[in-house]
Ligand binder design. Structure first.
Ligand code: ADP
Length: 395
């Protein structure tokens, strides 16, 4: 089925038009500066990119510009928008209500709206994308695929926070976890490569600008590092990961920050950027550390140290581990970080093959032949997962 996959942000919208069966991408692109002026970048494999300034006061004009370029006689890839069988939307927060993807109807929209307090930045933007598609393509089925859904198999002891229980009961305060679509896609690939054993214990390491780990037993998440929101876990590009809440009170008192300013620091100015003062980009940190920048080295050391601690914790939570997999920008590309994360874990049966690990951006088994635990590099393909879910629900 030919599916249009949409990832709508507040002022941007990414799209990919693809075949759900096999994943061939016909066209993809990005609408930027929605609500400001508007720019469309449209890419078709084997052709020159098209960049157009198009007024986009709202997401409606953005979606319309995507459809217009797709049917453009010269730059397009389809004769009519009827060829779009369905639209799959990435939605950040599904709360506990959504354990899987669902066809978008009034009840689904109401449930996504109800989750706005949990995903205040993303859910409203996701809804704008959904509403624009409903308006402009009223007869095309739409599906919502949630970042949180795959994690909803966690047991209460993993998702409950140790604060008064009433906040869970009344206010839905609990661990939700994110990157679920990626963790689902890559762990399914890993289980497939393990030969589909009856019992499998996988640690999925999504290491990108935002990062999270998930512990997955028999294809079901039992724990994950992000929490109610994506700030939790280990340090990321600019996010702090788990910290002592006392720090908030201390710094807010000392500098007079309000909670918004404090959270902005923890979300945008912390992580490896905060420690190094150099960059949130791991390539910049590698370069700076190689030139002797000690804080860049410390940021890298901290990141590696915390990821290793999570691997140890999740192996214990699962009573062992059969496979560790690396995905996303850093996980797929940083040979050095993968190596440093795995080195010294031989006591757990984790043994890397340094030659095999010399790989970037493609699926590979990188553990030694005698490693008890298989180590895989598996490029994520979130769009394909969204397209597959959309096709399955619309068939
Ligand atoms: P996002 O979470 O925004 O989708 P990505 O998954 O694209 O992010 O990951 C971005 C990160 O991947 C950046 O920190 C970048 O430095 C890192 N990265 C990409 N290529 C490499 C590489 N060759 N070596 C080290 N880090 C890399």
């Amino acid at each position: 089925m030919k599916i249009l996959v949409i990832n709508a942000g507040s002022s941007s919208l990414k799209y990919q038009f693809m075949e759900s069966d096999g994943g061939e991408v016909f066209a993809k692109g990005l609408c930027e500066r929605i609500g400001i002026d508007g720019r469309l970048t449209h890419k078709v494999p084997g052709r020159e990119d098209v960049v157009r300034e198009i007024p986009m006061p709202t997401h409606n004009e953005a979606i319309q510009s995507v459809l217009d370029i797709m049917v453009d006689p010269e730059k397009g890839v389809i004769a009519s928008t009827d060829e779009i069988a369905a639209v799959g939307h990435r939605v950040l927060h599904g709360g506990a209500a959504f354990t899987e993807s669902c066809i978008i109807d009034d009840a689904c929209i109401a449930a996504i709206e109800k989750c706005i307090p949990l995903g205040p930045l993303h859910n409203p933007a996701n809804l704008m994308g959904i509403r624009a598609c409903q308006k402009i393509m009223p007869n095309t089925p739409q599906v919502a695929v949630f970042d949180t859904a795959f994690h909803m198999t966690m047991p209460p002891k993993a998702y409950i926070y140790a604060i008064p229980y009433e906040y869970y009961e009344k206010d839905d305060v609990r661990r939700y976890g994110f990157h679920g679509t990626t963790h689902r896609y890559v762990s399914a690939r890993a289980i497939d490569m393990l030969g589909n054993p009856e019992h499998s214990r996988v640690i999925s390491c999504h290491l990108g600008n935002g990062s999270s780990l998930a512990a997955i037993v028999d294809g079901k998440v039992v724990d994950t590092s992000m929490g109610l929101g994506p700030l939790a876990g280990f340090p990321m590009g600019t996010r702090c990961g788990d910290i002592d809440a006392t720090i908030l009170e201390y710094l807010m008192g000392r500098y007079g920050y309000d909670i918004k300013e404090m959270l902005n620091i923890l979300n945008k100015k912390s992580g490896v950027l905060g420690i190094s003062g150099v960059s949130s980009d791991f390539r910049d940190l590698d370069n700076a550390a190689a030139e002797g920048n000690e804080r860049a080295q410390l940021a890298l050391d901290k990141f590696i140290y915390e990821v290793r601690k999570y691997i140890g914790a999740y192996a214990t939570a699962m009573g062992g581990v059969d496979a560790i997999l690396f995905t996303a920008g850093i996980g797929e590309n940083s040979i050095d970080l993968r190596e440093k994360i795995c080195t010294g874990l031989e006591y757990m049966g984790i043994k890397m093959d340094h030659d095999k690990n010399n790989v970037r951006g493609k699926e590979a088994l990188v553990s030694a032949d005698d490693s008890k635990v298989k180590i895989y590099v598996i490029p994520t393909n979130e769009e394909l997962m969204i397209a597959m879910d959309t096709a399955a629900l619309c068939k």
